[in-house]
Design a protein. Structure first.
Length: 116
């Protein structure tokens, strides 16, 4: 086999490997979305009602709301701004009850990483 054929064979093999990895990543992403939809369908309260519960509990205004995909039960994660501080409020998706309020420990996004 000539050098050009070897290089071409290696290039094709590398291309196929990268394509396979991209396909696996896409399949994993699709599976995550399906699981998130299934979890969301278990909610007995709407996202709007969860936001209202969080705002009422903290006394501020909601900035962001999402499904908490790290919890084993259906929970909404609501970020509420009050007096210049962001509070992270967890709302039970089945009852609408606030289950946890904590200070948002991520801080503002500046695009710069902090050295620890």
């Amino acid at each position: 086999m000539t050098l050009n054929k070897k290089i071409m064979s290696l290039a094709i093999a590398a291309s196929l490997a990268v394509s396979g990895l991209a396909g696996l990543a896409y399949a994993a992403e699709q599976n995550d979305e399906v699981q998130e939809i299934q979890l969301f369908n278990q909610a007995k309260v709407s996202l709007v009602d969860a936001i209202k519960s969080a705002e009422k509990k903290v006394g501020g205004k909601a900035m962001d709301a999402s499904l908490d995909d790290e919890s084993e039960t259906i929970q909404f994660e609501i970020e509420v701004l009050k007096d210049g501080e962001i509070q992270q409020v967890m709302v039970d998706g089945k009852t609408g009850a606030v289950v946890k309020v904590s200070a948002d420990d991520e801080g503002p996004e500046t695009g710069e990483e902090k050295d620890d």
